[in-house]
Design a protein around this ligand. Structure first.
Ligand code: GTP
Ligand code: MG
Length: 195
């Protein structure tokens, strides 16, 4: 897909603030600092439309990015950030549950994990949560530029096994630095939008 237009249209915490255009949505979920916002920026060829940070917890609301006036990427605040109070964590859980359960236009979730590490308990919980709500999803394993190629297979299959991913096609290795996975991600997205 050639991205001609990309704009942030809404930062929402409440369903009343979600956009009402009816366009399809693809949500990005994953640990804080894993690279969800960077993934969006890379796909749309923008340096910083989605705000990123080397410190975890940058994205705090559901951010809707309208692409080519036809679908949204929804950047979801990350989990697993230790310095978050119980109250904030509960608010986050509520916001996510509301969005995942009540949003008819949500078509697919990209669960973003760190290619370098074995998926965490939080990652597995998120996967279970997504499956529990019967949402179609794929896994993006990002920051693969940080692992030498000779070890890619080993890391790939470790993640595939830990998350019990049924097919190789549902796990995409990605890097915002090298562009690895860019084409695969877009092919997947085009398939999702064509359904
Ligand atoms: P929250 O908004 O806090 O949930 O984080 P996020 O998942 O949106 O992460 P973000 O995109 O802000 O990236 C976090 C840090 O990881 C930044 O310093 C990025 O530059 C870095 N990063 C993201 N993707 C990659 C990647 O593919 N390779 C490398 N080397 N660094 C990356
Ligand atoms: Mg972010």
């Amino acid at each position: 897909m050639h991205v001609k237009e990309a704009e942030i249209v809404m930062s929402a915490v409440d369903p009343k603030q979600y956009p009402d255009t009816g366009f399809a949505e693809i949500a990005l979920a994953g640990r804080s600092n894993v690279g969800k916002s960077s993934f969006i920026n890379k796909l749309i060829n923008r340096k910083a439309l989605a705000r990123t940070s080397s410190k975890p917890g940058k994205t705090q609301t559901l951010n809707f990015y309208l692409i080519n006036n036809s679908f949204y990427f929804v950047d979801v605040p990350g989990y697993g950030y230790a310095k978050v109070s119980k109250t904030e964590r509960a608010k986050w859980g509520q916001m996510l549950e509301t969005y995942f359960t009540q949003r008819d236009t949500l078509r697919h979730v990209f669960l973003v994990v760190d290619f370098r590490h074995e998926p965490t308990e939080d990652d597995i919980q998120m996967k279970d949560f997504i499956e529990y709500y019967n949402l179609p999803y794929s896994v993006i394993a990002t920051k693969c530029d940080k692992i030498p190629r000779g070890k890619w297979n080993q890391h790939f299959y470790r993640i595939k096994k830990a998350l019990n991913i049924p097919s190789d096609e549902s796990l995409i290795m990605f890097s915002k630095e090298t562009g690895e996975g860019f084409e695969k991600a877009w092919t997947l997205i085009e398939g999702i939008l064509a359904e």
